[in-house]
Design a protein around this ligand. Structure first.
Ligand code: ZN
Length: 306
């Protein structure tokens, strides 16, 4: 959705609230007390009431908008700016666009949306042939930058990120040229470079009947336990152009995107930035990102996996 369409569909708070209400009710409500699904809409209170036990609750409860005083329209606009921009938008810029006073509020709401995006992608496991590689991301904060200048370049903290790509090799029948088709990606911040965090990643993110390609990293010796076949190739100029090409491209793209958009990026929130990047990357061929995020935003978190 672009800004013009948004302005037509959601001109004011009432249209946003009505839209959210309809999406939320269409999604279905379950009573917190006993799980009943029948509810009345209490227009005067802006709440729903359980038909069985008369327990009342707001539409925001359990969703990304829970405990937030921001209007529905501000939430909708924030989701619009995050999904309509290819590279994303900084909290500073968002604050300016929304005309909002408090930076911290805008910043934390954006991270909630990124967490939501990550939870959606976590529902899926990768299939097909998988490339796996690691990239190092520099932490960027003004304080860190100051320390770095004071102490010399090497004091800057590096964060390790694992990149998984579903890729299918394709050979052109007429020319014999080889290329690759890629579908879904996963980018995960790794706690340490140690093999445990890589093992956990494979356990959670791929189905066991997969073929995985990596270079000959020291931390990859257990990967074969989680997949059907693990093929290693010695790291070389050639492997970065062939076997692990897609993983390398996306590590580079993610770094460039982050550098261009965010002035501050603390390693504590690196996974959230990766969530947004991956969410958009995996849905690069879809035109309805805004609608998809709103749809995800009406799910209470305890029902998300359903
Ligand atoms: Zn009830």
């Amino acid at each position: 959705m672009n800004t013009l369409v948004f302005a037509q569909l959601f001109p004011d708070e009432a249209t946003c609230r009505e839209h959210y209400k309809n999406m939320r009710i269409k999604r279905g409500l379950t009573c917190k007390k006993w799980g009943g699904t029948g509810h009345f809409w209490l227009a005067c209170k802006g709440q729903v009431e359980c038909k069985g036990c008369h327990f009342r609750t707001t539409l925001r409860r359990g969703t990304v908008m829970e405990h937030s005083h921001l209007s529905f329209r501000v939430w909708y606009l924030a989701i619009l700016f995050m999904t309509a921009t290819k590279t994303g938008i900084s909290a500073c810029e968002m604050q300016r666009q929304l005309g909002y006073k408090r930076y911290k509020t805008v910043w934390s709401r954006m991270h909630r949306i990124r967490t939501l995006m990550g939870r959606r992608d976590d529902l899926y496991s990768l299939t097909g042939m998988i490339e796996f590689d690691e990239g190092f991301f520099k932490e960027a904060t003004p304080e860190k930058e100051h320390q770095r200048l004071k102490r010399g370049k090497d004091s800057q903290r590096l964060e390790n990120v694992g990149v998984m790509v579903e890729s299918t090799p394709l050979v052109d029948i007429n020319t014999g040229n080889e290329s690759k088709h890629c579908r879904y990606f996963k980018l995960k911040a790794l706690d340490t470079q140690k093999s445990e965090s890589i093992n956990t990643l494979f356990q959670n993110s791929v189905t066991s009947d997969r073929v995985v390609f990596t270079d000959q990293g020291n931390n990859y010796q257990d990967i074969h336990k989680f997949v059907d076949m693990h093929i290693t190739e010695k790291s070389s100029k050639n492997s970065t152009k062939t076997t692990l090409k897609l993983a390398h491209i996306e590590i580079g793209n993610a770094k460039r995107t982050f550098l261009g958009v965010y002035h501050k990026m603390s390693s504590d929130y690196l996974q959230n930035y990766l969530n947004e990047f991956t969410y958009k990357l995996n849905r690069r061929n879809f035109a309805d990102l805004f609608e998809r995020v709103i749809k995800a935003a009406v799910f209470p978190y305890w029902e998300e996996s359903a």
